[in-house]
Design a protein around this ligand. Structure first.
Ligand code: NAD
Length: 356
């Protein structure tokens, strides 16, 4: 039997509730597809601070590295907001991403037909949108040196090497091959040297993928096109800061932040998590939407374990429950037949995923 180990990091706020539902669904599909997942729990964020005084204890990194993948809920909350920056929950997450060297952040954005009215954009613009943002995660201006704040002057440095661009571009082209074979590379090559290097390198990589169409677009135009006509995109490839902004913009196409999964992958490790935070305002009320986390678990099955069929089962089951009108509270005003709790939503998806 195929066996996998998954580090489970529940975190804070709604983290434990949504991770429990993802595990429920994973257990259901693993039985059906004949593989086994063993879980190892690890602490991160506020939950880790309360127990160890540190946002990321060394055991967490050890456990994460010893497993085949990491499934993560969310961290943070008002209880820990006044701690110094290096002791805050968010610092723990950044350190985990760096320790695992997960350089590629993948954010799929799919607009479900049943939820076309949940977005602030017009349904006719959104219908059929299915895109993936591939964002470079551990380079660019967020990490470049020198950086500083000196008197009335402050500066950061945007730097990329060809190797960094090459490896993220390859991820985008490989994925595009499994989708609609189109990569849109986003930069600001009309102004920035670093973007010119980005563009030149993406062109070089594209030569190895002649079956994939490549187009280049400036970030300002990309931000506009994304809401003007999102269906033109398949895979959007971009650097750290542009990807940060574009992926949040893209997330609004779907209607609720509670729907969107993400994967952060590197040469060796993979970290799978919903794009939202710990939502302390709704924690422990049984109303959080677990779909983003369950869909992140499906990405883990697909990208980390190549369990395509199990991933398909989960994705189909999510569509099915939405089609049948089951909604958690965040989506209760959009064609809801029945409003269900976090746990009921998890059970429904597990049940449908087993039946497909
Ligand atoms: P948030 O994403 O936690 O919440 C924003 C809004 O969306 C809230 O109204 C919340 O109730 C709602 N929401 C989020 N997830 C939902 C879900 N699954 N179902 C239904 N509604 C959902 O962002 P925030 O309020 O800015 O931050 C709260 C805490 O989370 C902060 O401490 C922040 O630092 C942290 N945070 C963590 C991560 C992470 O762990 N990756 C990411 C972003 C924010």
């Amino acid at each position: 039997m195929r066996k996998y180990t998954v580090a489970l990091i529940k975190g804070d706020g709604i983290g434990p509730e949504i991770i429990d539902e993802a595990v429920k669904v994973l257990d259901a599909v693993s039985v059906k597809e004949g593989f086994e997942i063993a879980y190892k729990e690890a602490l991160l964020g506020g939950a880790a601070i309360d127990v160890t005084g540190e946002p990321i204890p060394p055991e967490t990194i050890e456990i994460a590295k010893s497993c085949d993948a990491v499934l993560f809920g969310a961290i943070g909350g008002p209880k820990w907001d006044n701690l110094p920056r290096d002791k805050r929950p968010e610092t723990g997450l950044l350190k985990l991403r760096k320790a695992l060297e997960v350089f590629a952040n993948l954010r799929p954005v799919q607009v479900y037909d049943e939820l076309l009215n949940a977005s602030t954009l017009k349904p006719e613009v959104l219908k059929g949108t299915d895109l993936l943002v591939v964002r470079e995660l551990i380079g660019g201006i967020y990490f470049g040196q020198p950086r500083g704040y000196e008197g009335d002057r402050a500066y950061n440095t945007m730097v990329y090497t060809k190797d960094e661009v090459r490896r993220i571009a390859k991820v985008a082209f490989e994925i595009a091959r499994k989708r609609n074979r189109k990569v849109t590379s986003v930069d600001k090559a009309n102004v920035l040297e670093v973007s010119q290097l980005w563009r030149d390198t993406v062109e070089e990589v594209a030569k190895e993928y002649e079956d994939v169409r490549l187009e280049h677009i400036y970030i300002d135009n990309a931000a506009m096109q994304l809401i003007r006509d999102p269906r033109q995109f398949d895979v959007i490839l971009t650097g750290n800061i542009f990807g940060d902004i574009l992926s949040d913009e893209a997330s609004m196409l779907s209607g609720s932040i509670g729907l969107l999964p993400s994967a952060s992958i590197g040469e060796k490790y993979g970290l799978y998590e919903p794009i939202h935070g710990s939502a302390p305002d709704i924690a422990e009320q049984g109303i959080a939407n677990p779909i983003a986390t369950i869909a992140s678990a499906a990405m883990m099955l697909r990208f980390q374990f190549s369990e395509e069929r199990a991933a398909d089962r989960i994705e189909q089951a999510i569509k099915q429950v939405l089609k049948e009108g089951y909604r958690t509270k965040d989506l209760s005003s959009f064609d809801a037949k029945e409003v269900v709790t976090t746990s009921e939503m998890g059970s429904l998806i597990a049940q449908y995923a087993s039946q497909i």
